[in-house]
Design a protein around this ligand. Structure first.
Ligand SMILES: Cc1cc2nc3c(=O)[nH]c(=O)nc-3n(C[C@H](O)[C@H](O)[C@H](O)COP(=O)(O)OP(=O)(O)OC[C@H]3O[C@@H](n4cnc5c(N)ncnc54)[C@H](O)[C@@H]3O)c2cc1C
Length: 338
């Protein structure tokens, strides 16, 4: 884009176009368009250079520095909630970029220890080199986990596109078992993937530390449920497996990442019926989303953890949040128009 002054204008056109798509074709189309935009380099360039866009995105992002994330964690802790901090960034292209992210995450673990906040850390495999070479991801995670062990903390490996699941799970198991990081490392399973039933069965028999979520990427019907109702049904089924007596005997501590009250209610009902104590599992939600539900659950004695992202590479994370709830687009467009 040669003329930066045109950024807001072009952005407004893209957003209004999206609004019309939503009006004519419904949420499914808009979601598909937004998920495409979350990976489009031209859109990233356009939006991340617009100060107005950052103003709206900052509703979901704590700030640009580790200090901002620690301050947000402190606020979240004061509301009776735990935190997981995420240094934003994904799909890096060079080993140097991956090393930069690794060093920032190591520094973050130090900041958590020094500040005394109740927080662990979440990382994206592609931020630490997965797409360059899986060995690079493994080596970088090794360094991060070493510091997690030294600072008595834990690191969760987020799950990205379905094509990365086998490699991510393989590296997770290697670090957990062969390298002895055990419960310092955890992983994520996405309910929209058909394979997740098998993955959860295996991981629960291993006593793994797993976060269950619905899944945030554009996936083809060959690997993932196209209909939201099927993903929801899968989420409930997998959650019940994670809460089963068998899974708990193996030492599982299930984490359920959702803002969906129907999912939350299904988990609560199952746990009550099975007489599972409220502190035997946790709910997880994103920073800036459903604050009142987070506080309500904590007041009822449930453990709740808030995922707090920070950093300058906020674009793909932000657009995925718009895709999850297209109504957020109106909030975005309204701010731009104002
Ligand atoms: C802590 C955490 C970690 C995650 N980690 C991963 C991961 O590693 N890999 C991965 O693929 N995905 C991850 N996700 C994203 C997840 O897969 C879903 O895309 C996301 O949580 C939306 O699904 P939902 O279960 O909240 O419910 P949905 O069915 O999408 O929405 C239910 C309701 O929740 C509210 N809601 C949901 N999303 C939003 C939003 N963006 N803004 C405002 N309200 C909203 C709305 O009221 C909506 O009606 C994570 C989510 C959380 C909370």
């Amino acid at each position: 884009m040669k003329n930066p002054k045109r950024f807001p204008l072009v952005l407004l056109i893209v957003l209004l176009g999206s609004g019309l798509l939503l009006y004519w074709f419904g949420e499914r189309w808009l979601r598909a368009v937004l998920l495409y935009l979350s990976t489009a380099v031209w859109a990233q360039y356009l939006v991340s250079h617009t100060r107005l866009a950052w103003r709206v995105a900052s509703r979901f992002i704590a700030g640009e520095t580790a200090d901002d994330a620690i301050a947000a964690a402190r606020t979240v802790n004061s509301r009776g909630l735990s935190a997981t901090l995420n240094y934003l960034g994904e799909h890096v292209h060079t080993p140097q970029e991956a090393a930069y992210a690794r060093d920032e995450i190591v520094r973050l673990l130090d900041c958590i220890q020094q500040s005394g906040v109740d927080a662990n850390v979440s990382v994206k495999p592609s931020q630490l080199g997965l797409n360059i070479d899986p060995r690079l991801l493994y080596e970088n995670l090794h360094i991060v986990l070493n510091r997690a062990r030294q600072t008595n903390n834990r690191v969760r490996i987020d799950m990205e596109e379905s094509s990365t699941v086998d490699t991510t799970l393989g590296i997770y198991r290697r670090l957990r078992d062969e390298d002895g990081y055990g419960r310092h490392v955890g992983v994520v399973i996405q309910a929209y993937l058909y394979r997740s039933q098998q993955d959860i069965a295996a991981l629960m028999s291993e006593g793994a530390w797993v976060r269950l979520c619905k899944g945030a990427y554009a996936e083809p019907p060959e690997v993932a449920f196209p209909q939201k109702a099927d993903t929801d049904a899968s989420f409930v089924q997998l959650a019940q497996h994670m809460l089963s007596a068998d899974a708990r005997q193996h030492g599982a501590y299930p984490c359920f990442a959702t803002h969906d009250e129907t999912m939350v209610q299904a988990i609560r009902q199952f746990a009550q019926a099975q007489q599972i104590p409220a502190d035997a599992f946790e709910f997880q939600m994103l920073y800036g989303i459903r604050r009142e539900l987070q506080e309500q659950l904590a007041a009822q004695g449930y453990r709740v953890r808030v995922y707090i992202p920070y950093g300058t590479a906020w674009y793909p994370y932000f657009v995925r949040r718009l895709a999850e709830r297209p109504a957020n687009m109106w909030f975005f467009i309204g701010n731009l128009l104002r």
